[in-house]
Design a protein around this ligand. Structure first.
Ligand code: HGY
Ligand code: MN
Ligand code: MN
Length: 413
């Protein structure tokens, strides 16, 4: 049956969701469980209920909206993504998978599809690492990659633990109960913008992800000696910004020299204390992101950077701490799900190409729960995690159409 996508409604919903932001438009900042994020969640839950879905929230704040199937005993087919947004970012990262997933379900309902297996739309909490330094907290808990007990102890920049903060979501149960048994779902399929230039450059409307790169991140602190910028002579200084600056350059050159094109490393956070022009930096804090599709190559670069961080700190006579926040394995998408998505794209007469995802997604962890696949759509110049992020209504509609056909096939099995 032909399911049609109401792209005007979906585009309006994406635009309205973007108004829930702590940054001036067109940028979007929506950090997990902030007041803005909670208001956005209310809006999304209302849309899900209007679509006739039954909504539940787990202790981590993951949101599940269920369309029951004719056979209640069969594991559901799931789709979804995230709606939290890093500071000063865009309006399509994650949201296309949540609102696009909702529209895929609505379009199937309109077409008269009756799913044998339930279809569940999932909005994962905290896909972005902004608050706690670790990404995919909601799906990590679902997969057991982190235990509830460990997640409780995570502390944000204001000293608030996730053990306290998660309660803002109003979810049921405990963080330990967030974990899903393997095969809790028949399959999980995530629609997402590519966050890279390949699909647009090759004029390919649909990407089918075969593997997701392995992300890792470090946090490094340097503690030197502060003091008056005018009074302390150069020979007497232990300026904490110097090792930090040296390390940031080393991170970049290590990825370029030791890796391949698939190896990337970024120093995305560099905080200076006390951050006053006439005060010598006494403490610096860095967060470093290292990724590669090849886990052992990623681990090698990570090890070198860890040693460089310590050696540079020693050379500058600084108190140095180097901590690994996460070092995850890459994920492989399920070959059978890849084929179902490919058949759905063919049915829609849309060309598709198989590719890897250099960004991570909740699918990285859902692949540990059930057979998982991802559908990519192009985004303008591959830009993402910035206000210039853009996906056209036509590309979004095509992605939703392929997602709907994929969900129809999987929920009829
Ligand atoms: O950082 C990532 O890859 C994802 O967009 N959070
Ligand atoms: Mn992101
Ligand atoms: Mn994302």
């Amino acid at each position: 049956m032909e399911s049609t996508v109401d792209i005007a409604k979906l585009s309006a919903e994406l635009e309205h969701l973007a108004t829930f932001t702590d940054a001036p438009p067109p940028a979007v900042t929506r950090v997990m469980l902030s007041d803005t994020d909670l208001a956005a969640r209310e809006y999304l839950m209302r849309l899900m209920e209007e679509a006739g879905l039954t909504v539940r929230i787990d202790a981590a704040g993951n949101l599940f909206a269920r369309w029951s199937g004719t056979d209640p005993h069969l594991p559901a087919v799931a789709t979804g993504s995230h709606t939290d947004a890093i500071p000063h970012s865009g309006r399509y990262d994650g949201t296309v998978g949540v609102l696009g997933g909702l529209e895929a379900i609505r379009s199937l309902k309109r077409s008269g599809h009756l799913p044998r297996r339930a279809i569940e739309l999932v909005m994962f909490t905290a896909e972005e690492p902004t608050r706690y330094g670790v990404g995919c907290l909601g799906s990590r808990l679902m997969s057991g990659a982190i235990t509830g007990r460990k997640a409780e102890k995570l502390v944000d920049g204001d000293g608030v633990s996730f053990g306290d903060f998660h309660k803002r979501a109003g979810g049921a149960g405990t963080l330990e109960e967030v974990r899903l048994p393997r095969k809790h779902f028949r399959a999980f399929v995530e629609l997402h913008i590519e966050q890279g230039p390949r699909l647009e450059a090759s004029e390919t409307p649909i990407g089918i992800v075969t593997a997701i790169a392995a992300p890792a991140s470090l946090r490094v602190t340097y503690v030197g000696a502060g003091g008056h910028a005018g009074a302390v002579l150069m020979a007497d200084r232990r300026d904490a910004l110097l090792p930090a600056a040296e390390l940031a350059v080393a991170v970049d050159s290590t990825a370029r020299n030791l890796g391949t094109t698939d190896t990337v490393a970024t120093t995305g956070v560099l905080d200076v204390h006390p951050r006053a022009v006439n005060s010598i930096p006494s403490r610096t804090y860095l967060e470093i992101d290292v990724r590669d599709v090849n886990e052992s190559r990623r681990n090698n670069v990570l090890d070198v950077i860890r040693h460089q961080a310590q050696a540079i700190g020693d050379r500058h006579r600084q108190e140095t701490t180097v901590e690994t926040i996460n070092a995850d394995a890459p994920a492989t998408c399920d070959p059978q799900i890849v084929k179902v998505i490919e058949a759905a794209a063919d049915e829609a007469q849309l060309t598709s190409s198989r590719m890897i995802s250099r960004a991570y997604h909740d699918s990285l962890f859902m692949a540990q729960v059930c057979p998982t696949g991802m559908i990519f759509i192009p985004c303008r110049e591959g830009l993402s995690h910035c206000p210039e992020e853009y996906a056209s209504p036509l590309d979004i509609a095509r992605g939703v159409q392929v997602l709907a056909a994929t969900l129809a096939r999987l929920s009829s099995e």
